[in-house]
Write a new protein. Structure first.
Length: 241
């Protein structure tokens, strides 16, 4: 199958689950949960490489030590795929939050893309339209709610590998969601993550999650493991047509 390939390069973590309080969040942070986003690698059919978000753990710590630690971790993840930062052709940012964009400085030779509303927030980033393909089979989907300028990617993808020693080749519609779907736990609960200070709209967030539930079979959330959309709390709700 001549389709883009999708792979999680670095799995993100999450500090706040539905119903958790400040003590729970603090405990996770004290135990070393960094709260950085998932970083996803897309291998396009034209051989370009897209990195979706760059991750950044402990976003509250902007010390030189933590900045270097984050860069080192992402560089190690790339090396595991035989890659260096200069091999990445496109970095697509779902939004501007530091836990998703904090390692952007590593990719000086890449084209930085995001939604058009994101252009004004990040110098050097080029905005793309809702529905635009940034490579064959990889489409931009505007998903406002978590923030006004949020966007996700919908990939007509092949998932290839050897889990449990068995060759597999699976085609699926994959939403690389960013924080339009922050995690499976928030998605299954039907609740909206609204803890960020610049949260935009609960109504728009629900519409965006519903849209991704209808368009995709598999979701790679902003934080945590990927999952299928079947049986979600959002797939029965009205989204934009």
């Amino acid at each position: 199958m001549n389709l883009p390939r999708v792979k999680i390069l670095k799995l993100g973590t999450l500090l706040a689950e539905p119903g958790s309080d400040d003590r729970y969040v603090t405990l996770r942070a004290l135990l070393g949960v960094g709260g950085g986003s998932t970083v996803t690698l897309i291998e396009c059919v034209d051989d370009r490489l897209i990195l979706v978000d760059t991750g950044f753990d402990r976003e509250w710590d902007l010390s030189e030590e933590n900045v270097k630690r984050n860069a080192r971790c992402l560089r190690t993840a790339l090396e595991g795929e035989g890659l260096r930062p200069n091999d990445v052709d496109i970095v697509f940012l779902t939004h501007h939050h530091l836990d998703h964009a904090g390692n952007l400085h590593m990719f000086t030779s890449a084209l930085w893309l995001g939604s058009r509303p994101l252009e004004g927030r990040i110098r050097g980033l080029m905005g793309v339209r809702d529905g635009e393909e940034i490579c064959p089979g990889v489409k931009v989907i505007y998903t406002p709610g978590h923030v006004a300028s949020h966007a996700s990617l919908l990939v007509d993808a092949v998932l290839r590998g050897r889990p449990w020693g068995v060759n597999t080749l699976t085609r699926a519609k994959v939403a690389v969601a960013g924080d339009a779907v922050i995690s499976e736990s928030w998605f299954r609960s039907g609740k909206v993550y609204s803890l960020n200070r610049d949260f935009y709209s609960a109504e728009e967030a629900r519409r965006s999650a519903s849209l991704l539930a209808r368009l995709a079979e598999v979701v790679i959330p902003g934080h945590g493991i990927p999952f299928t959309t079947e049986g979600s709390a959002f797939d029965r709700r009205a989204g934009p047509g």
